[in-house]
Design a protein around this ligand. Structure first.
Ligand SMILES: Cc1ncc(COP(=O)(O)O)c(C=O)c1O
Length: 397
């Protein structure tokens, strides 16, 4: 077998290899603060069951049939309404394409925009697993200076002016994976002011966590400042309903959305018709906003429990970012601690996390770690943090 040349760059992410290490040590006692998953106890299972059963009684069984590449027309309509309510944006239905997870939105954007050798600018750190979707298109990732408020606008402008072949910027302005940061309004405006100076530059705004805000005020998306059609917005039901459904959407301007639809036809013809019908029925029969309120309250309690326990048990050298939403807490340890090496000790102590290096395009971040607060009970979070604190203390000089 002779693989395509591009496969030389397709290696599997750092997170996957960490995942394998963790899986090899799996036991009921292991507290996985490494997971990036919602709390399954909060899946609206009964409501989804009630949304599913009637699908088998519909004349001609449309949910079991092929559907449109663009997606179920009723779902697109419901998403446009949700975008109005939750994101305060008026999005014409023709600009929405249903995708198989946000992840497919990253893939489709990459195929549409990237030639071999093109540069994608990313935050430092960022969700490198998502960028696996771009790797087969033989692009390069370059991290742009990122502070407490997100990507620094002046640094973006310098990067854009000095680095050849920048085509795309990939950012997660709401409760970022891995840091949990949300960019304030001022930074979003400054960022978009820079972007608009370069009309050929495209931005992928990945927003799977936006609705999981449990503190502070709503902040408009980058897309809402997009006057030139430069922002590709990705939304998803994964974090507010269920990731197993794989139902998500892309919003893009007229020319691009058509191209993405044609590409999608080649990728997979369409996203899962049955799952789309389940979401349609769920949305018609239930109040998703009320469900999201429940998630917010539960995740706030878990996040606060984790923050409290970190403050109580970690040494003062550990610096923590306190998120206003999402699923993650980011901890920075002194530079001399390598969190990839420390993972083995943590696993011995019965707790896991994702080492920081997994989130940097340039192999930095070796002293950071990502903790997930959504998938364990408060009791397990307390125990997990206590175990991790013991490991961290041992590594402090
Ligand atoms: C930033 C980010 N984007 C995209 C995804 C994938 O989302 P989806 O399930 O919609 O494909 C994740 C999943 O963890 C994520 O953290």
């Amino acid at each position: 077998m002779i693989l395509a040349e591009r496969m030389q760059r397709v290696k599997g992410s750092e997170i996957r290899s960490v995942g394998k290490k963790i899986a090899a040590r799996n036991s009921a006692d292991l507290i996985k603060l490494s997971a990036g998953i919602p709390d399954e106890a909060l899946f609206p299972a009964e409501e989804l069951k009630a949304a599913t059963l009637p699908l088998f009684d519909e004349p001609l069984l449309p949910s079991l049939q092929y559907g449109l590449t663009k997606g179920d027309t009723r779902l697109i309509h419901l998403i446009a309404e949700r975008m109005k309510q939750a994101e305060r944006m008026e999005i014409p239905e023709k600009n929405i394409l249903i995708t198989t997870g946000c992840q497919q939105g990253i893939s489709l954007s990459s195929v549409a925009l990237l030639d071999r050798g093109d540069v994608v600018l990313v935050e430092k750190p960022t969700y490198m697993d998502g960028l696996n979707a771009s790797i087969p298109y033989e692009c390069r990732f370059i991290g742009v200076e990122t502070d407490d408020d997100g990507m620094v606008a002046e640094a973006l402008e310098t990067a854009q002016r000095t680095i050849p072949r920048v085509k795309m910027i990939y950012v997660i302005p709401n409760f970022q994976n891995p840091t949990g940061k949300a960019w304030p309004l001022k930074r979003r405006r400054e960022f978009m002011d820079v972007v608009q100076k370069f009309p050929d530059l495209m931005v992928v705004e990945d927003n799977p966590y936006g609705e999981l805000r449990f503190r502070g005020e709503f902040i408009p998306s980058l897309k809402s400042f997009d006057t030139l059609g430069q922002v590709i917005y990705l939304g998803s039901f994964s974090k507010v309903l269920s990731p197993g459904l794989r139902v998500a959407w892309v919003v893009a301007h007229d020319d691009l959305i058509e191209k993405l639809e044609i590409l999608k036809e080649g990728f997979d013809l369409q996203s899962n018709q049955f799952a789309q019908s389940q979401v349609v029925n769920y949305l018609l029969q239930n109040d998703l906003t009320a469900h999201v309120e429940k998630l917010r309250a539960a995740y706030k309690e878990k996040c606060d429990t984790m923050l409290r326990e970190i403050k109580r048990t970690f040494p003062p050298e550990a610096k923590v970012i306190e998120p206003d939403g999402g699923m993650f807490i980011w901890v920075s340890l002194p530079e001399y601690i390598n969190t990839s090496d420390m993972l083995a000790e943590a696993l011995d102590a019965g707790v896991s996390y994702i080492p920081g290096i997994s989130f940097f395009a340039d192999g930095r971040g070796t002293n950071g770690l990502r903790l997930n607060f959504t998938s364990n009970s408060c009791e397990r979070i307390k125990l997990g943090i206590e175990r991790l604190a013991g490991v961290v203390k041992k590594n402090i000089r």
